[in-house]
Design a protein around this ligand. Structure first.
Ligand SMILES: [Fe+2]
Length: 268
C-alpha cells in the first residue's frame, strides 16, 4: 500500500503504549489511560497539527478487549490520516490485527512521502519479552530488499538494545542479534522506532537512529534496576521525514495534564 510523495517533509506521529481498557474508568497506577491519551492528542493538535501518518507501536490496550481497540480507533478519528498498528505484550495480536483491518491499519509495509515503513510484530503470546519469528525476519528482509534506495523506518514494540535498566533487560527483544543482522544488510534504514520502555531514548548505530518514546499514560524511571515509575507527563514523538533521507524528530509531553501517579507500585 502507498500514498503519493509530498513536496514537503512527511509528518509522522508516533503514539505508543496507551494501555486502554474496556471501562471508561480504566486506570494504570492511578492514571486514567483514556484521559491521558486525550490530553496527548490535544497536545499534538495544538503543537504540531495534523500528521500525515500515525505509527501506533503497541500496548494499545491493557486488557486486550475489543472495546479498548475500538475506542483507540475512535480517538484516531481526530486525525485525517492513515495509521499503522502493531502489537505489544499487553495486546492480543490477532484481535488487534482484525480490528485494525477495519480501517486499513493492519498494513505491515507502507510507502509514503518517499519513505518505506516496515511494521513488525515482536509480541509473544502470554510473554512480556519480545521475539521476532523467522517469518517476521524474512518479511523484514524482503520488504527492505524491495526498496533498496528508499529511506526506511522500521517499527516494533520491544527494545532491541540495552537501555541500562536491569528489570527491562529481561523483557526486551530476545533475538536482537538476528534482527540487527537483517538491518545491517540494508543501509537505507534510517530509523528504528519502538515503545515498551515508556521513556524517551535516542541512540545511533551504523548510521541508523534508534528511538524510543514516552507512553501516552505512565512513564518508567530511566536507568532503574527494579520496576519504578516517575511522574513525567504523557507524551508522543513527532518526526519530519525528508525524501532525501534526512529527518528531524522531537518528543513532546502534555505538560498540563494533571494526574496522581501511584509511585510506590512494584508492577503494572
Ligand atoms: Fe507498555
Amino acid at each position: 500500500m502507498s500514498k503519493p510523495t509530498t513536496a514537503r517533509p512527511l509528518n509522522v506521529l508516533q503514539l505508543t503504549d496507551p494501555h486502554l481498557m474496556a471501562s471508561a474508568d480504566g486506570a494504570l497506577l492511578g492514571v486514567n489511560t483514556r484521559d491521558s491519551l486525550a490530553a496527548v492528542i490535544d497536545e499534538v493538535l495544538r503543537n504540531h497539527g495534523q500528521p500525515d501518518l500515525i505509527l501506533a507501536t503497541g500496548d494499545l490496550t491493557q486488557d486486550a478487549s475489543p472495546e479498548a481497540y475500538r475506542y483507540f480507533a475512535e480517538q484516531l478519528q481526530a486525525f485525517d490520516c492513515p495509521s499503522l498498528w502493531i502489537a505489544g505484550n499487553h495486546d492480543d495480536s490477532a484481535l488487534l490485527s482484525s480490528i485494525a483491518a477495519e480501517s486499513g491499519s493492519d498494513q505491515k509495509q507502507w510507502i509514503q512521502g518517499g519513505w518505506q515503513f516496515v511494521m513488525l510484530d515482536s509480541s509473544v503470546h502470554s510473554k512480556v519479552y519480545g521475539e521476532l519469528s523467522a517469518d517476521e525476519l524474512s518479511f523484514l528482509d524482503r520488504a527492505l530488499s524491495e526498496q533498496p534506495e528508499m529511506p526506511a523506518v522500521v517499527s516494533l514494540h520491544h527494545h532491541p538494545v540495552d537501555i541500562g535498566s536491569d528489570w527491562m533487560e529481561k523483557i526486551g527483544l530476545k533475538n536482537r542479534d538476528a534482527f540487527w543482522q537483517v538491518i545491517d544488510r540494508h543501509p537505507q534504514v534510517r530509523v528504528v522506532l519502538w515503545g515498551h520502555i515508556h521513556q524517551e531514548l535516542e541512540q545511533q548505530r551504523n548510521g541508523a537512529c534508534l528511538l524510543a518514546t514516552p507512553s501516552t499514560c505512565i512513564q518508567f524511571a530511566t536507568g532503574s534496576s527494579d520496576f519504578a515509575v516517575e511522574p513525567l507527563a504523557p507524551g508522543y514523538r513527532w518526526l519530519e521525514l525528508d525524501p532525501s533521507g534526512c529527518f528531524k524528530t522531537e518528543v513532546r509531553r502534555a505538560a498540563s495534564f494533571e494526574f496522581d501517579l501511584d509511585e510506590k507500585s512494584t508492577g503494572y
